[in-house]
Design a protein around this ligand. Structure first.
Ligand code: OGA
Ligand code: NI
Length: 361
C-alpha cells in the first residue's frame, strides 16, 4: 500500500522563487482558468457583510446554563451550515498564539541550507515541504509548509522538529499542549450537540491518545496572484482543524452556496472547521466544507493548521446512534491511515474523496 518513496521531480522552494524577484510565475503554478481566484478580495473586505460565524466561547465556561445553551446552539448551527466558525475567548493565551506564529515566521526566514536539512519526503510528509501529492507534472500551489506529529506520543520525534530559532520547541510544546486541550473541549460540545454522550467523539478518535499534527503554511509574496492559489480547494481529511491565521493578512476562502467567501480574521481568534472524519462520524449532520487560500502580491502569510484527528489505525464510521431506517449510514468504515493516503498521493482536490466514498443508496 505505502509505496510512495520520493517526490517525482526535484523540489523547488516557492519562497526561493518569490525572493528571486521574478515578474511572472512559472507555468507550473498557473491554475486552469476555472480554478483561478476571480473577483479576488485580497484584504477580505468584500461587501463586508458575509463572513463565517464568530462565536465567543466564554459562554461555554460561564456556568450560566442559558449562556451555555445559547453558545452550544451557535456552535451546532455553524457546524451544520458552514462547517466553519471563528472562536474568541477559547482559553488559549493570546501571547502564546503570537509566539507560536512568530517562531515559525523566524524559521521560514532562516537561511535555505538550514531549512533544507528538514526537507520531507512523501513517505511521512514530516518536515519542510513544497508540494502535496506525487503526480508528475501536476500544477503546484504557491506555498511551502512544515508538517510535524505531536500525538500519539509514539509518532512524536523532536529530531524532526526545527532546532532553530531558540525556544522553538518549548513554545511549540506549550502551544500544542493547549490546542490538544481545546480540541478535547470542542469534542465534548460537538458530541452533546449531536445528541451523543459527551465522550463519544473523543473515544471514537482514540480516547486518551488521539492523533494530533501540525501543518505550518508559508505563502510567499506572489507577482501574479490572480493566476494561482496558495492552497488549492480541499476539505481537511482529519477530524477537527484549529487554524491560527496570520493576524493581518487574510487569504483563507470558504465555499458557501457556490461562492468563495474571504474570511476576515478577528483578533486572537482561531478559525475552526469540521474535517472529513467528523462528516463521516456525524453521518453528514456536520459538513466538511471546501476551502482554499489566495496569495498576495505585497505580503507573505503564515498560518498554523492544527489537526485533531482519530488515531490512524481506528475504524471510523457513522455513529450507530445517528443511524435509522430513514437515515442509513452514508459511509462504510475506514481507517484514517487508509483515508489520508488519497490526499498524500493526489494532492488537494476539493471534496472528491469524501464524496466518492459515499455508500450507494
Ligand atoms: C490547511 C488550510 C488554510 C490557511 O492547512 O489545511 O486549509 O489559511 N490552511 O492557511
Ligand atoms: Ni485545510
Amino acid at each position: 500500500m505505502n509505496c510512495i518513496q520520493d517526490w517525482p521531480e526535484p523540489i523547488v522552494r516557492v519562497q526561493a522563487l518569490s525572493e528571486s524577484g521574478l515578474g511572472r510565475i512559472p507555468d507550473r503554478y498557473v491554475k486552469p482558468a476555472t480554478e483561478r481566484p476571480v473577483g479576488m478580495d485580497p484584504m477580505g473586505d468584500g461587501d463586508g457583510i458575509v463572513d463565517i460565524p464568530l462565536i465567543d466561547l466564554a459562554g461555554l465556561f460561564s456556568g450560566d446554563p442559558a449562556m451555555v445553551r445559547t453558545t452550544m446552539g451557535r456552535v451546532a448551527e455553524a457546524c451544520q451550515q458552514w462547517g466553519f466558525f471563528q472562536a474568541v475567548n477559547h482559553g488559549v493565551p493570546p501571547y502564546l498564539m503570537d509566539q507560536a506564529r512568530h517562531v515559525w515566521r523566524e524559521f521560514f526566514h532562516l537561511p535555505m541550507e538550514i531549512k533544507q536539512e528538514y526537507g520531507n519526503s512523501p513517505k511521512t510528509y514530516e518536515g519542510y515541504g513544497s508540494r502535496l501529492g506525487v503526480e508528475k507534472g501536476a500544477i503546484l500551489d504557491w506555498s511551502d509548509y512544515y508538517f510535524l506529529h505531536y500525538l500519539p506520543h509514539s509518532l512524536k520525534d523532536h529530531k524532526k522538529w526545527p532546532a532553530q530559532p531558540p525556544h522553538h520547541r518549548e513554545v511549540m510544546e506549550q502551544y500544542l499542549g493547549e490546542l490538544v486541550k481545546l480540541g478535547g473541549r470542542l469534542m465534548k460540545v460537538l458530541s452533546l450537540n449531536l445528541g451523543l454522550k459527551e465522550d463519544y467523539l473523543q473515544n471514537a478518535f482514540g480516547g486518551e491518545e488521539v492523533g494530533a499534527c501540525l501543518r505550518v503554511n508559508f505563502y510567499p509574496k506572489c507577482p501574479q496572484p490572480e493566476l494561482t492559489l496558495g492552497l488549492s480547494s480541499h476539505s481537511d481529511p482529519g477530524g477537527l482543524t484549529i487554524l491560527l491565521p496570520d493576524h493581518d493578512v487574510p487569504g483563507l476562502q470558504v465555499r458557501k452556496d457556490g461562492k468563495w467567501i474571504t474570511v476576515k480574521p478577528a483578533p486572537h481568534a482561531f478559525i475552526i472547521n469540521i474535517g472529513d472524519q467528523l462528516q463521516v462520524l456525524s453521518n453528514v449532520i456536520y459538513k466538511s466544507v471546501e476551502h482554499r487560500v489566495i496569495v498576495n502580491p505585497n505580503l507573505e502569510r503564515v498560518s498554523l493548521a492544527f489537526f485533531y484527528n482519530p488515531r490512524g489505525e481506528l475504524l471510523i464510521e457513522p455513529a450507530k446512534e445517528l443511524i435509522s431506517p430513514e437515515n442509513p449510514a452514508l459511509y462504510p468504515p475506514m481507517t484514517f491511515n487508509e483515508y489520508r493516503l488519497y490526499i498524500r498521493l493526489k494532492g488537494p482536490r476539493g471534496k472528491s474523496q469524501v464524496e466518492s466514498l459515499k455508500s450507494p443508496r
